[in-house]
Design a protein around this ligand. Structure first.
Ligand code: FAD
Ligand code: NAG
Ligand code: NAG
Ligand code: NAG
Ligand code: NAG
Ligand code: NAG
Length: 465
C-alpha cells in the first residue's frame, strides 16, 4: 500500500518537487528563536483535537546532501522526527513529532524540478514541489499529470503521503501515486551505515506507462482558452469572510436552520452563476463545455500568492474566515447507492439537517479508480461548520455524526488520510487488506520508530492509549 507506506513511516521522499511564493498564508511553523523552540499547526490553524504541537527544532535542507546529513544527525541522537511542508494542508495531526523535543524537517526549500524527460514522459522532482509548480512545468514541456487534486498549494510529498487523488472512472488510476515510477527515500540507518539509508524504490511495472501523460481528451487544435479559477480558492476580502462567518455563527447560535438554508441558496446560486470560476475566454463564461489546456483547468488557488491587502484564502485563521471539519471517505461503487439511500432516509426525517453542509458547496463526490484502493470507489467529501468554542455543539451535529458513523462503521469506508476528525481513523488500519505488509515495510524504513508518534501508533493499532 503505497498510500500508507509513505504516510506514516514519514521517511523522507526525495522523488526525483516547495512553494512558489509562501508569503500569503500564514506559515505553519513558528519558532520563538530562529529555528528552535517551535510550534506547528495546519493551514487552518487547528488540529481536530485543537492541540498545539511542539518541536524543539526545525531544519530547512536545501539539497539532498543536506537532507541526508540532517537525517543522519537526528538518527544518531535518536531524535523524533517529522516531515513538514510549506503550508501543511492536512487536517489530522500527521505532522506532529512525538513529544516536545522532536525535529521537524521542512521541504520548503526542497522544491526543485530536477529533470524532465519529454520522450519518456517523466519528471524527476524534489518532494517539496507544489502541485502548481508541477502542473505549470509539465505544461511547458507538453506533459500533464492527470487526475490530481484541485488545489495548487499541495506538495508532491504531502500528496503521496496521504494518498490524495483526483476523480475519474475512465482511466485506471486516479491517485497521484499511481503515476509514480521511482521514489528515493532518505531514512534512518544504523551506525554501520552512518545513521542514514537512502532507499530507491521502483514501482510496479504496469505503472510504468508514464508518470505524466499528455492530456488528450480533445485534439489540441480544438479552439478554446478555458480557465478554471475556482471561486472558492480565490482571495476573498477579509471583511467579507468575517461577515460570512459572523452570520454563520449567529445562525448556529439561534439554531436557525432556515437562515442557513437561505444563505446556502445565495451561495449556491452565486457559484452557479459564476460557473464555480470557470471561464471560456478572457474571464467570460459563455457556457459549457469549457475547452482549454489541462494546466489551466485541473487545479487552481490564486489566494495562495495574492498580494492583495486585506484578502485571504477562505479558511485563513488570521482573519475570522471559515472554520470547519471535513469528513472524507471512499466507499465501494457497489455500496454507494445503498449508502446514499441510508443518508436520504436520515434527511427525510430531518430535511433541514444538511443546509449547513450546503454552505460549504454540498457533498463533493469523486470517482476513484486505483490499483490500491482495493476496489472502484466513490469518494465523499463533506465539509461542515466547526465552532471555535469546543464546548458548543453544532446544529444538527447528531445527524452529521450519524452519516459519519454509517459511512465509517456500517459501510466500512476508507478514510482520506489528509482530512477527517480522529474518529475516522478508529480501527481504519483493519480495513486494509495489506496492513500487515505495510507495517513490515514501515519497520524496514524506520527501524527505530523515529518517525512514529503516540498518535500515529494509536491509529495504526500499535499502541492503545
Ligand atoms: C484546499 C484543499 C483542497 C484539497 N483537495 C484535495 C483533493 O482534491 N483531493 C485529495 O485527495 N486531497 C485534497 N486535499 C487534501 C490534501 O491532498 C492532503 O491533505 C495532502 O496530504 C496535503 O499535502 P501537503 O503538501 O500540505 O502535506 P502536509 O499536510 O504538510 O503533510 C502530509 C503528510 O505527509 C508527510 N510528508 C509531507 N512531505 C513529505 C516528504 N517529503 N517525505 C515524507 N513525508 C512527507 C507529512 O509529514 C505529513 O504526515 C485538499 C486539501 C486542501 C487544503
Ligand atoms: C519557548 O517558547 C515559549 C513560547 O512559545 C516560551 O514561553 C519559552 O520560554 C521558550 N523556551 C525557551 C527555552 O526558549
Ligand atoms: C485499464 O486496464 C485494462 C486492463 O489492464 C486495460 O485493458 C485498459 O485498456 C485500461 N484502460 C485505460 C483507459 O487505460
Ligand atoms: C485538428 O487536428 C486533427 C489531427 O490532429 C486534424 O484531423 C483536424 O483536421 C484538425 N482540425 C482543425 C480545425 O485544424
Ligand atoms: C483568478 O481570479 C483572481 C480574483 O478574481 C485574479 O486576481 C487572478 O488573476 C485570477 N487568476 C487567473 C489565473 O486568471
Ligand atoms: C475575530 O473574532 C474575534 C471574536 O469573535 C475578535 O476578538 C477578533 O478581533 C476578530 N479578528 C479579526 C481579525 O477580525
Amino acid at each position: 500500500m503505497v498510500l500508507l507506506r509513505s504516510k506514516t513511516t514519514s521517511v523522507f521522499l526525495l522523488i526525483s518537487v516547495a512553494c512558489y511564493s509562501c508569503s500569503p498564508p500564514e506559515k505553519p511553523i513558528k519558532c520563538s528563536s530562529e529555528n528552535t523552540n517551535c510550534t506547528i499547526t495546519n493551514s487552518y490553524g487547528a488540529f481536530p483535537d485543537r492541540s498545539t504541537c511542539r518541536a524543539a527544532e526545525v531544519a530547512y535542507p536545501t539539497t539532498e546532501q543536506e537532507l541526508i546529513s540532517v537525517v543522519a544527525e537526528a538518527t544518531k541522537n535518536r531524535r523524533k522526527i517529522k516531515v513538514a511542508t510549506c503550508f501543511s494542508h492536512s487536517i489530522p495531526k500527521l505532522v506532529c513529532p512525538d513529544g516536545q523535543e522532536g525535529l521537524l524537517i521542512s521541504t520548503k526549500y526542497l522544491n526543485h524540478m530536477l529533470k524532465i524527460d519529454v520522450e519518456a514522459m517523466t519528471m524527476t522532482i524534489e518532494s517539496g514541489v507544489t502541485l502548481r509548480q508541477l502542473i505549470n512545468e509539465a505544461a511547458k514541456a507538453g506533459l500533464a499529470l492527470p487526475y490530481t487534486p484541485y488545489w495548487w498549494g499541495l506538495t508532491i510529498g504531502g500528496l503521496l503521503s496521504t494518498g490524495a487523488h483526483g476523480s475519474t472512472l475512465w482511466a485506471n488510476e486516479s491517485s497521484v501515486h499511481d503515476y509514480l515510477l521511482e521514489l528515493q527515500i532518505v531514512g534512518p540507518g544504523g551506525a554501520e551505515v552512518g545513521y542514514v539509508k537512502v532507499h530507491l524504490e521502483f514501482l510496479e511495472p504496469f505503472h510504468r506507462q508514464s508518470i505524466y501523460r499528455i492530456g488528450d481528451r480533445v485534439s489540441t487544435n480544438t479552439s478554446g482558452n478555458g480557465l478554471y479559477n475556482s471561486t472558492s480558492f480565490r482571495p476573498i476580502p477579509s471583511l467579507e469572510l468575517g461577515s460570512i462567518r459572523t452570520l454563520e455563527e449567529l445562525l448556529e447560535h439561534l439554531s436557525y436552520a432556515d437562515g442557513k438554508y437561505a444563505s446556502a441558496r445565495t451561495i449556491t446560486s452565486k457559484l452557479l452563476n459564476t460557473a464555480y470560476g470557470l471561464s471560456n475566454n478572457d474571464d467570460d463564461f459563455t457556457g459549457y463545455p469549457v475547452i482549454g489546456f489541462y494546466n489551466h483547468l485541473q487545479a487552481s488557488g490564486t489566494c495562495l500568492n495574492s498580494h492583495r491587502i486585506n484578502s485571504a484564502c477562505a479558511w485563513d485563521c488570521r482573519v475570522n474566515g471559515s472554520f470547519f471539519h471535513q469528513t472524507t471517505f471512499s466507499i465501494s461503487l457497489f455500496l454507494a447507492k445503498s449508502f446514499i439511500q441510508d443518508e436520504q432516509k436520515l434527511i427525510e426525517m430531518e430535511p433541514k439537517a444538511m443546509c449547513g453542509v450546503e454552505l460549504y458547496n454540498g457533498i463533493l463526490m469523486r470517482y476513484f479508480k486505483t490499483s490500491d484502493k482495493q476496489e472502484d470507489a466513490v469518494d465523499f467529501d463533506i465539509t461542515y461548520y466547526r465552532s471555535k468554542n469546543p464546548m458548543i455543539p453544532r446544529l444538527y451535529e447528531d445527524i452529521l455524526e450519524e452519516v459519519e458513523q454509517l459511512a465509517l462503521f456500517k459501510y466500512g469506508t476508507l478514510p482520506h488520510w489528509g482530512k477527517n476528525r480522529n474518529l475516522a481513523f478508529d480501527g481504519a488500519i483493519n480495513k486494509y487488506k495489506n496492513a500487515r505488509e505495510f507495517l513490515k515495510v514501515k519497520e524496514v524504513y524506520d527501524p527505530f520508530g523515529l518517525f512514529s508518534s503516540a498518535w500515529a501508533d494509536q491509529i495504526l493499532g500499535l499502541k492503545m492509549v
